[in-house]
Design a protein. Structure first.
Length: 186
């Protein structure tokens, strides 16, 4: 049974998305919602993110959108270190703060501001250990930040074959785009 799901994927800039009004955000959120909704039916209670801009913050918004229908669904934001948002653009900081305020649980893995990349590795391993499964927006042909979570998840899966790794791929997104276009043309 999957009670805790770690959700991550590319940062917005890795996807070439520089505004939440970009149409890709709609499709990514739709894909996240479909996957999370399916896992709620299997007992999902917590979605965990580290609060990174892009897929993680969009996943938080999806959780908030689902909570009226599924009031037992909760969001945990476990940041890698304190004040991770200080170098982000102001609009991203505002969105992040809104998510932090509305999350059910917020904490930092390291109780210090950024010191070195080791804090990110520790965060990846810690969040994978605290989850029953991971959902990654990931393209095997496009390198990027999700690969570090994937490595940690694969290591856990080698030791615990009940740990699940789920993907949202470019193909999955293409299907959603096609379905939406088909529905609009009916």
């Amino acid at each position: 049974m999957i009670q805790t799901l770690l959700v991550s994927g590319y940062k917005a800039h890795e996807l070439g998305i520089f505004s939440d009004s970009h149409e890709g955000v709609y499709y990514i959120k739709k894909a996240l919602q479909q996957r999370i909704r399916a896992l709620i039916d299997e007992g999902l209670e917590w979605v965990i993110i580290s609060g990174q801009p892009g897929v993680e913050l969009w996943a938080a918004e999806v959780v908030f959108d689902l909570q009226p229908e599924f009031p037992d669904l909760k969001l945990a934001v476990l940041t890698p270190f304190l004040e991770q948002e200080t170098r982000w653009k102001e609009n991203v900081q505002e969105k992040y703060q809104e998510i932090i305020i509305n999350a059910d649980f917020v904490d930092s893995v390291s109780r210090k501001p950024y010191e070195n990349p080791q804090q990110l590795r520790v965060k990846n391993q810690f969040l994978v250990q605290k989850s029953d499964a991971i959902l990654l927006l990931y393209d095997e042909e496009k390198d990027g930040s999700p690969k570090y979570y994937l490595q940690a998840a694969m290591s856990k899966q080698e030791l615990d074959d009940s740990y699940k790794i789920y993907f949202i791929t470019p193909y999955d997104l293409d299907i959603i785009v096609q379905e939406e276009q088909w529905n609009r043309n009916e």
